[in-house]
Structure formats: C-alpha cells, structure tokens
Design a protein around this ligand. Structure first.
Ligand SMILES: [Zn+2]
Length: 247
C-alpha cells in the first residue's frame, strides 16, 4: 500500500552503505519507521536532510511483514528554524523526541500527538521555558499515563490545600498520609494548580500561564519524577544540571 502523510522526524540512523532509517511521527499513521535508500550517496535524492523535528511530507510503501517501510519521497515542509544557536530549544526538542519515542507505540495514529508536536514547535521560539512544560503535561495525559494531581495516592482523598510530592510513591500525599513518606516535598501553592489548569485547558489558553522560577523548578522535578516512576525509564535528556537552571 502506498501511504502519504505529513510527518515529523524523530531520529535517524545509518543503514548499510548508503541508506538511512528514519523514525517519523506522522499525522495519519502515528510513529512509523522507514528506510531512505541511497540518501547518503545522493544527497539530492530527497529534498530533506531529515533534521530532528523538521516537518516533511513523506510517501512510503507500507510493507506487511516488516515494521520498516520503504520511503520513496521526503520533502521538507518546515524546519521551524530550530537549533540555530539556541541551546535551550535544542535540549527541549531532544526531550520531546525522547518522550514521543518512549511513550508511543509504532503505527498507532494519534492526531492529537501530531498537533501537540506542531504546537510545541510553534511556541518554542517565543516561549522556550513554557513550551516543554506544557508538552510534558499534555503528552502524559494523551499517552495514557495521566498523572493524578487532584487526590492523595494513598487514601485517595481530594487534595484541598497542602500537598506533598512523594518520589517513592510517585504522586501526591495529603497531610494525613505524609507519615508514609517523611521525605515527601511540600508543593508550592501554584505548582499543582498550574498542572491542573494545563490539563484542562487547550494549548493557546495554557500559554497565558506564567510561572515563578521556584514553581517552574518544582513542576519540572515533579513531572520528571512522575515520568520515571510510571514509565519506568529515566529520560536520557534529563540531567540534574540542566533545564531548570537555564530559567
Ligand atoms: Zn492521604
């Protein structure tokens, strides 16, 4: 079957002498893998250099008995001016790639995830600190790992005022259950409210939010811990000395 769709490049690697394999996140087929034969021998064969997170229009032959399809056409649509001397944008984009790659299975079409990557890229230039936080909250919800930030993970009572984030329990504790993990960290009043607001608001409305640096720092800590606890994998792109300190 011949398939045609817009698709973001997630990553590429060399294959045999002259080819590359690319992993795309496409609008119509979800995450797909394809081989671009001869791209390293003839650089003009495809009109795209497959930059990370560039948007391309791809045509591929879907193989039934292999997860690697044959890409016959890959035309650049937009590279979003990424990575030109912007270290923060580079780091956030790498993290977005890693999350999409880890959280989403192959060939499971999710139009909302495609739109989410598009919104992230369009926001990144003007709002490099907010875009990755919004992306992370929304991708966790879309991929089924919806964080529960309105109730205690132990007694399930509704969080009213004070809440404590427990690394070992992977969620929030109410004051009553704090004794179950005395190392849990008290959350700032704006942190949980921000997460709940972003979860229920669309992208453009969420962009109106403003965080103080301590709230942003706590948000990122909570989201990264949540990711590690529930997904079971530590993101390679999260380093203790990065991100938060850039703010
Ligand atoms: Zn509780």
């Amino acid at each position: 079957m011949i398939c045609s769709t817009p698709a973001f490049v997630l990553k590429t690697y060399d294959f045999r002498e002259t080819s590359k394999i690319a992993v795309f996140f496409s609008r119509d087929f979800g995450k797909v893998k394809g081989v671009l034969k001869g791209i390293r021998r003839d650089h003009k064969k495809f009109s795209s250099v497959l930059s990370a997170l560039s948007l391309n229009h791809i045509v591929f032959y879907q193989k039934r008995n292999s997860e690697i399809h044959l890409v016959s056409q890959c035309d650049l649509v937009d590279d979003f001016g990424l990575f030109r001397g912007q270290l923060q944008a580079f780091r956030s984009s790498n993290r977005v790639i890693e999350m999409v790659d880890l959280l989403l299975p192959l060939e499971d079409p999710q139009r909302e995830v495609f739109d989410l990557i598009f919104n992230f890229l369009n926001t990144l230039k003007n709002n490099p600190h907010l875009a990755p936080v919004l992306f992370q909250i929304k991708i966790l919800a879309l991929s089924g790992f919806k964080p529960r930030f309105d109730s205690c993970v132990i007694c399930e009572s509704r969080i009213v005022q004070s809440a404590y984030f427990s690394h070992s329990k992977g969620g929030l504790l109410c004051p009553h259950c704090l004794r179950r993990d005395p190392l849990a960290e008290e959350t700032l009043p704006g942190t949980i409210a921000s997460i709940l607001y972003i979860e229920k608001s669309d992208w453009s409305k969420s962009l109106r939010l403003q965080f103080s640096p301590p709230i942003k720092k706590q948000l990122e800590m909570i989201l990264n811990c949540f990711f590690y606890f529930h997904v079971g994998k530590k993101m390679k792109t999260v380093h203790p000395d990065l991100d938060v300190l850039d703010a």
